[in-house]
Design a protein around this ligand. Structure first.
Ligand code: ADP
Ligand code: F6P
Length: 447
């Protein structure tokens, strides 16, 4: 069997390769375990000097990592601009946040073509290539144009919007035709697959997208949740919260995650259900992400102001209603706080999957599990109908679900949790990769 070649814009740093952070890297690390593989992508350095860089090659844990730097202009047009200022908002159904630019489309196409040129000499004839995510929609086509004949698959980690939204992008048709050149196309949910297939139809693109929901490694997250409880940081936190009920939210600081609406929902809980005042606290961990992109800076200011106002309105001398942290927190600490929390509050306005929802379920104590309050618009919602599903735009619905969760009986919590746990342990990072690669390896060879 040939090697697996994974291509993603972000490649884990050497530290993350031992303990990867984030859904894409956790899932892929499982995929490459035990088989010869090459992982190619951006080094994370945006100060590259050379338009035509040479890859830096490193071996670690049986995998070869090959990375290239981007120049400041490539980083601005490809990563900040077209990927995260145009594709990201449109794929998350936020047309009004797109900053339309044909120039940035051009840089995006050039960087995808550059990835193809640098990758091609590293390939062997029987490798299978698995391209990840929206930053690399056109990489497969660029490889084909260079004569690469290997099987090439593509997986989209984020939502795919309906044709009327995708059609508003600069170069929409060109992008769709390029995606149509992949041998296998994987989406997170049925809705995403329906949307992309509906965009293909009028163009006569024959390939159909399939559904391969990504998961986590639930056993390893549970182990972290149990062992993390011994850390000094968690012990201090436990002391500060005492035996009061705790709500937890964990997200990159991103406008797709519905954070202002969630803060309003918590505020509404305290306003409408006074019995929870002075008791329940809400810990929101939201590390800054893509801080150079304008829409993300604006969101950060909005949240700073909201958090200050909520605490100003409700705090008491001995009770802090909202704890808001914008730094990364060690994975074990997070896992153990999930286990301690009575409610996992996961309310993205749109999300490809949302692994935090699955992590919350995996971390629970089966004898006393917490309740998951989950957005209907997270990719995880169809798999987790036993969560309390809410419309994330509606602060009243969030407040009512929080109140319901805070009063839920142990037997109902156990009943809901055991069904969610079944879902989280049957679809994992490992089954996701295995299922996709089985289809890709079985696909007919390129003509
Ligand atoms: P996205 O891919 O949009 O960031 P997901 O919920 O699918 O959203 O995946 C986020 C991953 O990053 C999860 O594994 C989560 O535990 C991790 N993560 C999020 N915030 C933090 C943080 N503050 N510190 C450490 N890990 C985090
Ligand atoms: O899952 C979506 C995604 O954009 C991944 O492609 C990416 O690695 C991750 O979120 C974090 O985003 P970024 O690489 O822009 O920091």
């Amino acid at each position: 069997m040939g090697r697996l070649v994974v291509v993603s814009n972000r490649v884990p740093s050497s530290k993350e390769r031992v303990q990867p952070a984030g859904g894409l890297t956790v899932g892929l690390k499982d995929a490459i375990k035990g088989e010869p593989s090459l992982w190619f992508g951006w080094s994370g350095n945006a100060q590259g000097k050379d338009d035509e860089p040479r890859p830096v090659i490193e071996e670690q844990g049986g995998t070869t990592y090959a990375t290239i730097d981007l120049t400041p202009a490539q980083h601005k047009g490809f990563y900040q601009g077209f990927s995260n200022g145009i594709l990201w908002p449109v794929c998350h159904y936020r047309l009004a946040l797109m900053s339309y630019s044909r120039e940035e489309l051009q840089t995006y196409l050039e960087v995808n073509a550059l990835f193809a040129r640098v990758l091609k000499p590293l390939l062997k004839p029987d490798d299978v290539i698995w391209v990840q995510d929206y930053q690399l929609f056109t990489l497969g086509e660029a490889l084909r144009e260079l004569g690469v004949r290997n099987r090439i698959g593509f997986f989209l980690h984020i939502p795919f919007p309906p044709p009327g939204l995708f059609g508003a992008l600069p170069g929409a048709e060109q992008l769709l035709r390029a995606i149509g050149r992949y041998d296998v196309i994987g989406m997170q949910t049925e809705e995403d697959a329906r949307n992309i297939n509906a965009s293909f139809e009028p163009l006569g693109i024959a390939v159909r997208a399939g559904v391969f929901p990504i998961g986590i490694d639930p056993q390893s997250f549970l182990r972290d949740a149990i062992s993390g409880g011994r850390s000094a940081q968690v012990k201090r936190f436990d002391q500060a919260v005492g035996d009061r009920p705790l709500i937890i939210g964990v997200d990159r600081l991103d406008y797709s995650k519905g954070l202002p609406e969630r803060f309003h929902g918590f505020d509404r809980l305290l306003r409408r259900f006074p019995q929870h005042r002075g008791k329940v606290s809400f810990l929101q961990v939201a590390p800054v992400s893509r801080g150079e992109v304008q829409q993300y800076r604006r969101l950060r200011r909005e949240l700073d102001e909201l958090a200050g106002r909520i605490n100003g309105d409700w705090a008491e001398m001995d009770w802090t209603p909202l704890r808001y942290i914008t730094r990364a927190v060690p994975r074990k600490v997070l896992a153990s706080v999930h286990r301690r929390a009575n409610i996992g509050l996961v309310t993205p306005l749109r999300d490809g999957m949302n692994l935090v929802a699955k992590e919350y379920v995996a971390a629970q104590d089966p004898e006393d599990p917490g309740v998951l309050v989950l957005s209907r618009f997270a990719g995880a919602a169809p798999e987790l109908p036993d969560a309390l599903l809410v419309n994330p735009y509606d602060p009243d619905e969030i407040a009512e679900a929080l109140d319901q969760a805070l009063g839920m009986s142990l037997s109902e919590r156990k009943r809901r949790w055991s069904r969610m746990h079944e879902a989280v342990t049957s679809t994992t990072a490992a089954t996701w990769a295995r299922d996709f690669l089985q289809v890709l390896r079985g696909a007919p060879e390129a003509a």
